[in-house]
Design a protein around this ligand. Structure first.
Ligand SMILES: [Zn+2]
Length: 873
């Protein structure tokens, strides 16, 4: 030991066996007073609220017309377009608003852009097209007729490239929403990008096709038609897709490729305000979220980037998706990003031969929107394995050093480590178990979603219990352990090594599984490795608690990153829980996410609380916070999930008229009522104590065992998947839908002894559904719809389902079925057929108006008149 070391040892106290006799007492002297523990936790809380949150919501200054000469994206201009577009109101496929008014508005603006463009530099071609077709999507056939696309191609005069870049978004909407955010926002962004490019003397190599598509919301129809039939489709090589699941913030890159890491390279190089994560991509592509985008259609034909607005998902697909909640700064953010990204990609050499650049996946993420990291999946694997391996090796070296300094055997230190490790694993498990218990218990008492409007409750309900879990076993262990051979500071380091080895094992495990998101374990680990390495290189490792300084500093960056990332997930996913159906307790998912965020943000910090006196006080304050949060959530208005307008209770129901016709044509049943498809876990319980009269509400589950399609117009997969949770409320006054579906049997022809052919014609609504179910011994062997669907009928034994939408072309749908029956007896019932229609531009009748107006102000109704006629042929 050098003189200098001896000196420091005297000052800090040596960690050797002799000096730790009465270790606890001595150790306590070295510890900081208990109130520093609160300061320590407050520091990290402050870091989150004063740094992470403001950065998360930061937007650039919106440019105005004064900047118009600078050839940059002008938010003010885009905002003006959005004002007109969203004022058109609801734009359902097949409605006048969508097919005529929106199309006219867009064409007018686009023609103006063409008029104002630099004609010596660019050619602009505007193409309005109608498409028809069909495809299989989620257990049903989607058939469409005359849906519209407006495609604009801009190319530089000096370019001969036949490889085009596609930029896509949609202008149609769900029922009853002005769809300012989804996706009017992106439509006007595209328009402004085109406007700037067309008036700037800056040419580019590859032509760009801007696709303003008129049918996305009903199962991605227009994109399907476009890619299959449009004259420019064969030239399209890469895609920038723009959509929304929220409104008014920064747009996130949430899907890329697949398999084309060069696209993310351009995003990194060009996006001005990068925001994106592989984790978001992997979550989205697991199909766990109730969202979809045209990217699904296009990715089969070309690689691309999928970007969307994600914050404030509460208003998504509701009447509150208005321009008022969109700051101009948000348009500036997306506009700057899209403009510079499109410029870069339109000069990308990779576009000449994209196949040659199909090399593996990418790992990518932004650090607080300030810097974008991007590397290949294989680099990611090496990095994860390398860091995990280094952490394990350094932990071993550290233990060896502890043994040497403490005059204990390495076997002894490893034995202690194993005990500490078991405690740490228990901590890790409890960090997840406690929040899950809270989520489970709250849900059991009907108190799910209490944090829906108050995200701060997530901290009290899930983050604090997770911290308690992390803290409790180690606190108990240290208060009980009387091991004096190695010092308390060493014990503490062993706990941190244990935390590091858990992360290392998780990083290795998930990397082996091929999960690119495993980088989230590597980030805190890298910084732990750095601080441990530095502590080992200096003698800080062996000087009491002196090593904690470097450790604390090193954890600032991983803390900022992990808390930022998990805040993003909470902000995005909480509103989605409000529309994910009622079948599952999704509070559990939020609890697990919050716990994972806590473990990654605080994993190396929580054990440091032992460097303060009376660390159990921290546990008491965490328990007190959790108790307070549970009280606020369960017994006060704070925990009531919904608020009018901003975060309402989504109530979706159809005004249904069901008519059952028998084989002889007689009407055997004619019922009217409301069919509820609950969007969240609270179901009708959210309406208890209000004026809404739900007397007579019944589950439709039993119908599902006796009737085709539960005897109800289950028109999309959400209604189908959630059918056992769906409820029916009969009403006395018949529902009279504003239109009716006219089904006509054109002919019934016996083709041979076993086969008969039926021809039909159907018309009456832009949204129609057909359900078929043959009786026993009968088979549909041929029909006019996609034949591959007949070969692979839907997994659930409900019925064959064809969904039919039309855009501008309302001509009747003509179709045929060929039915085979081996005994050739066609004079008995052969099959059931259900026909349902949904009607746009409707007005509620007096009865349903009365019903609708009884809902409390926090309910956002999505109600729709619907007819369902069942026939037997
Ligand atoms: Zn959309």
């Amino acid at each position: 030991m050098s003189d200098k070391e001896k000196l420091i040892m005297q000052e800090y106290g040596s960690p050797t066996a002799e000096s730790t006799i009465n270790g606890c007492k001595k150790d306590n002297k070295r510890k900081l007073p208990w109130y520093f523990a609160s300061g320590f936790l407050l520091f990290w809380a402050l870091l989150f609220f004063a740094v992470v949150i403001p950065i998360f919501y930061r937007l650039p200054t919106a440019l105005t017309m004064e900047d118009a000469q600078k050839n940059v994206f002008i938010a003010e201009r885009a905002y003006k377009d959005l004002y007109y577009l969203s004022n058109i109101g609801t734009k359902m496929v097949g409605s006048r608003a969508n097919e005529i008014e929106a199309v006219e508005f867009l064409l007018k603006q686009l023609n103006q852009i063409k008029e104002d463009s630099l004609k010596d530099y660019f050619d602009i071609e505007i193409d309005l097209s109608q498409v028809s077709g069909e495809f299989i999507y989620s257990d049903l056939i989607n058939m469409y007729q005359g849906v519209q696309n407006i495609a604009v191609k801009i190319s530089s005069k000096n370019s001969t490239s036949q490889n085009y870049l596609l930029v896509n978004s949609h202008f149609d909407s769900k029922p009853d929403t002005p769809s300012a955010g989804d996706a009017g926002f992106m439509i006007v962004t595209m328009m402004e990008v085109l406007r700037v490019m067309a008036t700037t003397k800056q040419t580019f190599e590859h032509p760009i096709v801007f696709l303003f598509n008129g049918a996305e919301e009903s199962f991605l129809l227009a994109s399907d038609g476009f890619i299959k039939t449009h004259k420019w489709a064969p030239n399209l090589k890469a895609l920038v897709n723009l959509d929304a699941a929220g409104s008014g913030g920064r747009e996130i890159l949430f899907q890329s490729g697949p398999n084309h890491p060069w696209l993310v390279k351009y995003y990194k190089k060009c996006a001005k305000y990068p925001f994106g994560s592989t984790v978001a991509e992997e979550i989205f592509q697991s199909d766990a979220l109730p969202s979809d985008s045209d990217f699904r259609t296009f990715k089969k034909h070309m690689p691309g980037l999928d970007m969307g607005q994600v914050i404030n998902g509460y208003i998504y697909h509701t009447k509150y998706d208005t321009i008022d909640v969109i700051p101009r700064e948000s348009l500036q953010n997306s506009g700057d990003n899209v403009l510079s990204l499109v410029r870069c990609l339109s000069n990308a050499t990779e576009l000449h031969n994209t196949e040659a650049h199909k090399i593996g996946h990418a790992v990518y993420f932004d650090f607080l929107g300030l810097y974008f990291f991007h590397y290949s999946e294989s680099t990611g694997e090496s990095l994860n394995f390398g860091v995990a391996g280094t952490a394990l090796i350094l932990a071993f070296i550290s233990m060896w050093r502890m043994a040497a300094v403490s005059h204990a055997s390495i076997c002894y230190v490893i034995r202690v480590f194993i005990i500490v490790h078991v405690m740490q694993i228990i901590s890790f498990v409890l960090a997840f178990a406690f929040p899950i218990v809270v989520a489970y218990a709250m849900d059991s008492f009907g108190l799910s979603l209490t944090y829906y409007s108050n995200l701060l409750l997530v901290v009290g309900l899930y983050v604090c219990p997770s911290l308690i879990g992390l803290r409790l076993p180690i606190t108990i262990y240290y208060s009980l352990q009387r091991n004096n051979k190695i010092s308390s500071p060493y014990h503490l380091q062993l706990a941190l090594h244990s935390q590091a080895s858990i992360l290392a094992i998780l990083a290795i495990f998930f990397t082996v599984l091929g999960i690119r998101s495993s980088y989230i374990f590597t980030i805190p680990l890298i910084f732990y490795v750095i601080s441990l390495g530095l502590n080992l290189m200096t003698i800080l490792h062996d000087l009491g608690y002196a090593w904690t300084g470097l450790l604390k500093v090193s954890q600032i960056i991983p803390f900022l990153y992990s808390s930022y990332l998990f805040y993003l997930f909470i902000v995005v996913l909480v509103p989605m829980v409000g529309r994910s159906g009622s079948a599952f307790n999704l509070d559990m998912a939020i609890a697990v996410l919050a716990a994972l965020g806590t473990v990654l943000s605080f994993g190396f910090l929580v054990p440091l609380i032992n460097t303060f006196r009376r660390p159990s006080l921290v546990i008491f304050s965490l328990v007190a916070t959790t108790t307070l949060a549970i009280y606020l959530a369960s017994s006060t208005q704070i925990g009531f999930p919904y608020r009018p307008k901003t975060s309402g209770h989504r109530v979706a129901f159809l005004h249904v008229r069901n008519r059952f016709y028998e084989y002889d044509g007689s009407l055997s049943k004619d019922e009217s009522g409301y069919l509820f498809n609950y969007q969240d876990r609270r179901e009708e319980k959210a309406l208890e104590g209000t004026k809404v009269n739900l007397t007579g509400l019944v589950s439709i589950e039993s119908n599902c065992y006796t009737h085709m399609m539960c005897g109800m117009p289950l028109f999309d997969f959400r209604y189908v998947d959630n059918r056992f949770q769906s409820k029916w409320l009969p009403r006395e006054v018949p529902v009279i839908p504003p239109g009716s579906i006219k089904l006509e049997l054109l002919s019934k022809t016996i083709l041979n002894t076993t086969t008969v052919r039926f021809e039909f014609s159907m018309e009456g609504s832009a949204q129609m559904n057909l359900f078929f179910q043959p009786y026993e011994d009968v088979k549909i062997t041929k029909w006019s719809f996609l034949s591959e669907y007949l070969d692979n009928p839907p997994a659930y034994p409900l019925s064959y389902h064809v969904c039919f939408n039309y855009g501008i072309d309302s001509s009747p749908l003509k179709f045929f079925l060929e039915i085979t029956k081996w005994n050739g007896n066609f004079k008995v019932p052969l099959f059931q057929m259900g026909v349902s229609g949904h009607f746009i531009g409707y007005k509620r009748d007096a009865e349903s108006e009365k019903f609708a107006s009884s809902f409390p102000s926090y309910a956002i109704l999505a109600d729709w008149p619907s007819s369902y006629d069942r026939y037997i042929f």
